[in-house]
Design a protein around this ligand. Structure first.
Ligand code: ZN
Length: 381
């Protein structure tokens, strides 16, 4: 009989949500808010598994202006598609699948709402599966590299598979009783929160479902292991959207030409600009300063948030919207959503959570501390 460490990651299940809902009350005696990292799951998840800040693991948003290294040189032909076809989600999914295969990418890949006629100016930043060896952009190793190197039997959820499938696989591993460490990734909550916001019945139903599934796994594990340590955490929270903001139209009206004077990626909560001519910097900066919907992030702020990237890879200037304002339309989508994340990490609704059956040896204060705790747990196996 031995110990099993069950790390369970529920995407977007933030501290506010945990505080307001009943969730595994009789099991999770320890609960604490955890400071998230600026960015989306594409930034937060590498931080959790490497323990590094974005500038050091090299992951942030998916698209960057980089015409020399763009893998989408052939995409110009797609711009011939009429908009009523090219803007359809189903069409974009098929084209995304084609590109993923054609380019040999093993990571998560989606073209979202990126304009086809400009795609050849952009590079994609998550080409590899971050959970596999060598998957991190900076070459940093992950907690899973350590488990593999040290031949510790572990379960790692497959991000391509459904929650049901992953829970079923973990249950099988527990039954065999060989694994000592588990990383169960549950991703569906994020989509429920984007669609319905944080106060919906759908959210409560989903939380109750997690409660039931996790309880069963723990019960099952207790029969096979002398000690079962359950750690549950999220990467960020979710903020209810109360307003859409069409920044794209405002920028399009400026006396500048995209990809000659400047380039930009419109994410869901921020716009990232690259300046190709000095006058573009001046005009765009002046325009953004007039906006009451967000703010330009200073170099100091980007440094504090660990997002001062080498060569300004992810943009010369970041304009971040206020919590609750959605950049819509954007390069991520054309329709509004009830919830979004990726605002200032200091907003209460952005805050992630951590909960466990025992007080952990390291109490996570920021997302990278969860990595420290995982290593601490492995040291004790
Ligand atoms: Zn999300």
């Amino acid at each position: 009989m031995k110990t099993l460490a069950l790390f369970t990651f529920i995407d977007a299940f933030g501290w506010e949500l945990l505080r307001k809902n009943s969730f595994l009350e009789e099991i999770l005696s320890f609960r604490t808010p955890v400071q998230t990292i600026f960015g989306y799951s594409s930034t937060c998840d590498p931080t959790i598994i490497t323990g590094l800040l974005p500038r050091d693991h090299g992951h942030f948003s998916f698209f960057v202006y980089d015409p020399e290294n763009s893998p989408f040189k052939t995409a110009r032909i797609l711009s011939l598609l009429p908009k009523f076809i090219s803007s359809r989600g189903r069409v974009r999914n098929i084209i995304s699948r084609f590109y993923k295969k054609y380019l040999g990418y093993s990571g998560y890949f989606q073209l979202y709402n990126m304009p086809f006629r400009m795609l050849s100016k952009y590079d994609y930043t998550e080409k590899c599966d971050i959970y596999e060896k060598g998957g991190i952009n900076s070459g940093a190793s992950t907690v899973f590299d350590r488990l593999r190197n040290e031949n510790i039997p572990f379960f790692l959820a497959d991000w391509r598979a459904s929650e049901d499938r992953n829970i079923e696989q973990l249950s099988k591993c527990i039954e065999e009783g060989k694994i000592r460490f588990s990383y169960l990734y549950l991703a569906a909550m994020d989509a429920v929160l984007h669609k319905y916001g944080t106060d919906s019945e759908h959210v409560r139903t989903k939380i109750a479902w997690y409660e039931n599934e996790i309880k069963q796994l723990v019960e099952q594990a207790k029969k096979k292991y002398s000690e079962v340590k359950l750690y549950i955490f999220s990467d960020h929270g979710m903020t209810n959207v109360n307003e859409d903001y069409d920044l794209m139209s405002i920028i399009a009206k400026l006396p500048l030409k995209q990809n000659r004077d400047f380039s930009v990626v419109y994410d869901s909560t921020m716009a990232r600009f690259w300046f190709l001519r000095d006058k573009a910097r001046e005009i765009i900066t002046n325009e953004l300063r007039k906006s009451e919907k967000g703010r330009i992030l200073s170099d100091e702020t980007l440094h504090d948030w660990g997002c001062d990237f080498r060569d300004r890879r992810y943009g010369d200037l970041f304009f971040l919207l206020n919590p609750g304002v959605l950049l819509c339309p954007s390069y991520m989508g054309e329709t509004s959503l009830a919830g979004m994340h990726g605002y200032t990490p200091y907003d209460k609704d952005s805050t992630a959570m951590f909960a466990s059956t025992i007080k952990p040896e390291i109490v996570p204060e920021r997302l990278d501390d969860i990595n420290k705790l995982m290593h601490c747990e492995i040291n004790r196996l």
